[in-house]
Ligand binder design. Sequence first.
Ligand code: OFO
Length: 173
Amino acid sequence: MPSLSKRLEKALNEQIVRELESAYVYLSMCAYFEAQNLRGMAHWMRLQAQEEIKHAMKIFDFVNDRGGRVELGAIEKPPVEFKSPLEAFQKALAHEQKITKCINDLYDLADDEDDYPTEVMLQWFIDEQVEEEKSASEVVEQLKLVGDNGAGLLVLDQKLGQRQPEEDEDDED
Ligand code: OFO
């Protein structure tokens, strides 16, 4: 199998950083929700951050498996304060929309280079981004319905606190 082109290697390295940056963004949102005593939302964000690290490691392992060289870059400081839970989840959704675009661009690049293994690996991310956008946008819509209703916010917080970690694919075999 031909090794990764330098262009693709660089783009995959940039995506590793973006996934780690996503983890950082969600961990910062987790800290915000902890400070607001919205423990369910904090839990949701903590799990999200953990998933992002797994996403980064999936690409990290792939670059190594293909004989590429992983090179990590700097991660930007994430936002710290939010006007409301709604604003935090809206930012999470906007972040995922940005990541979807990056994954699509990466796929286009792999396609240009006829790098089929990278295309197959990225298929997983394309499916995952549908889920990521869906779950963030569901919470945004629910928070809009709740509006200023404190009791409603606590019910939603409890519901989000029940989120379970995703099954680890590596545990399946
Ligand atoms: Fe890695 O899916 Fe979110 O960013």
